[in-house]
Design a protein around this ligand. Structure first.
Ligand SMILES: [Ca+2]
Ligand SMILES: [Ca+2]
Ligand SMILES: [Ca+2]
Ligand SMILES: [Ca+2]
Length: 245
């Protein structure tokens, strides 16, 4: 079995060790941490600390669907579950949610149309855009509620054996990540997982009252390569995020 010490791997490749100093005294923890807030968006992170010897993780995160909705392009929610499902129509307008003639130039939308403008929010698809932020007209439904850290998208070994699934719907975010055994006997594991996993962003519903809203961790599983759970219930601290106005 191959093992990687995750923190060291990150340091080696990215030279950014300052947030990864191990403190082996802290409890295994699944955390939600505030990142940023605007009038219309709320950004936070999903992080794991002092988690050892796992090959897969799965976690549900609950939010108040009266306050927040997923951070995606507009879509017709036929089954009313708050998430986009295959076959549901969407507007390929980018994450601002509007087409050029309604764009306000600051990432939002005007109520009235101006046919003289040309992409004020600069979000029209452009094949040479390396940041993948220009999502209007790319022919794809885009949902950026969950963005895994760059490391997890890496083609560098062993991360090319790592796969994830993510889904955001009304009131719930689900994320799953696992090392897949590509070659028999060559199963990677996280010897130590001690870092931010993903950035999560929700749209604040117009007129919503944020105070007293909470974002919390629901069901979770941390699995060993044999499929058995590595941790149970109280072995892991789960941190709730209290939203303020
Ligand atoms: Ca749906
Ligand atoms: Ca747009
Ligand atoms: Ca545009
Ligand atoms: Ca799109």
């Amino acid at each position: 079995m191959k093992k990687i010490i995750f923190a060291s791997f990150v340091c080696l490749i990215f030279h950014s060790c300052n947030t990864l100093i191990q403190d082996r005294d802290i409890s295994p923890t699944l955390a939600l941490r505030f990142q940023n807030q605007t009038a219309t968006e709320y950004e936070f992170s999903f992080e794991m600390y002092s988690i050892e010897n796992i090959s897969a993780f799965a976690c549900e995160i609950f939010f108040d669907e009266d306050v927040f909705e997923i951070y995606s392009e507009p879509f017709t929610d036929l089954d009313n579950d708050g998430g986009w499902d295959y076959g549901e129509e969407y507007e390929d307008y980018g994450l601002d949610g509007c087409e050029d003639s309604y764009e306000d130039g600051t990432g939002g939308c005007n109520l009235t149309q101006d046919l003289t403008v040309n992409d004020p929010n600069n979000d029209n698809y452009n094949s040479s855009d390396s940041t993948s932020s220009q999502l209007e007209g790319n022919g794809t439904f885009d949902d950026k509620t969950i963005v895994f850290e760059d490391l997890f998208n890496s083609d560098i070994e062993p991360m090319d054996d790592f796969n994830y699934v993510k889904y955001a719907e009304g009131g719930k975010i689900s994320l799953v990540g696992a090392f897949v055994e590509e070659t028999p006997g060559e199963q990677y594991i996280f010897e130590i997982l001690d870092q931010k996993i993903a950035t999560l962003k929700l749209r604040i519903k117009p007129g919503a009252v944020l105070d007293s809203s909470v974002i919390s961790i629901g069901n979770w599983q941390l699995l060993q390569p044999d499929g058995n759970g590595a941790y149970f219930g109280g072995m892991v601290a789960t941190e709730t995020l209290y939203v303020t106005q």
